[in-house]
Design a protein around this ligand. Structure first.
Ligand code: ADP
Ligand code: MG
Length: 262
């Protein structure tokens, strides 16, 4: 099952969800591959690969190849993926040169299906492959949507949460029509939910109305421990497994496993 974690808005919890959902699924015994498709490489660093922060072009310790090499045809997934410190979780890391890939690939043959072809080689070895998308609907995200059968959409329960969702759904429908007929919205995840505000509740109600049973029951609260963990290169299971954020992602992982009858 290949799942794109997408929302063209930045800062809604895509990367946080990718890391923590994957790690809890791994703990439940599922084999998971994380694909970092964002040039900012937050997933790669957030899961524990250390970079030389002073560099404009950070080199991650222990990593020599990245998703960029796959997209430009210089390497296969098998040559690029690495183990993480978390049980059952593997990673295809990103690097800053990915920022140039969209431009470099403009004239490439079958440029929308490169990631799909690459993942075809290994997808049967995993229960879940999660693709952490960049905050845009450009060629990288199109590659993710073409490669996936489901889309998970994290929505930040704040002002303007629903803004842009229409455009995302149009893009999903277009890809479904033209390039990947099996693509479906697998689930919508409420993130950074603040129980103290009416606003979060309002956003939740709207999402419920619009997405119905596609809305995950598990709500990810705003939780400062979740925001601190990535700067230590730790998933929440390691940083603070008793925090509300940890409990939420553990719950989400269980919900996702149940859904797998899909
Ligand atoms: P995206 O990948 O969509 O850009 P991130 O997962 O990187 O979003 O989250 C954006 C910022 O918000 C990060 O600094 C992250 O640590 C923080 N964050 C994410 N989820 C939560 C949460 N539930 N509570 C508090 N902070 C969060
Ligand atoms: Mg991100």
């Amino acid at each position: 099952m290949i799942i794109a974690i997408t929302n063209q808005k930045g800062g809604v919890g895509k990367t946080t969800t990718a890391i923590n959902l994957a790690v809890y699924l791994g703990k439940l015994g599922k084999k998971v591959l994380l694909v970092d498709l964002d040039p900012q490489s937050n997933l790669t660093s957030g899961i524990g690969f250390i970079s030389d922060d002073d560099s404009v072009n950070p080199i991650y310790q222990g990593l020599s190849k990245s998703i960029y090499d796959i997209l430009v045809g210089k390497a296969s997934i098998k040559e690029v993926f690495v183990l993480t410190k978390y049980e059952n979780v593997h990673l295809v890391p990103a690097s800053i040169d990915l920022a140039g890939a969209e431009v470099e690939l403009v004239n490439a043959m079958s440029r929308e299906t490169i990631l799909k072809s690459a993942l075809d080689e290994i997808k049967d070895e995993y229960d879940f492959v999660f693709i952490d998308c960049p905050p845009s609907l450009g060629l990288l995200t199109v590659n993710a949507l073409v490669a996936s059968s489901k889309v998970f959409i994290p929505v930040q329960c704040e002002y303007f949460a629903l803004e842009g969702l229409g455009q995302l759904i149009n893009t999903i429908n277009l890809i479904k029509k033209r390039l990947n007929s099996t693509l479906e919205i697998g689930g919508v995840i409420m993130t950074m939910y603040d129980v103290r505000t009416n606003l979060s509740k309002q956003v939740g109600d709207e999402l419920q109305k619009f997405f119905g049973e596609k809305l995950f029951k598990t709500i990810v609260p705003r939780n400062v421990r979740l925001s601190e963990a990535p700067s230590y290169g730790k998933a929440i299971i390691e940083y603070d497994p008793k925090s509300q954020g940890a409990l939420a992602y553990e719950g989400l992982a269980k919900e996702v496993v149940k859904l797998k009858k899909w």
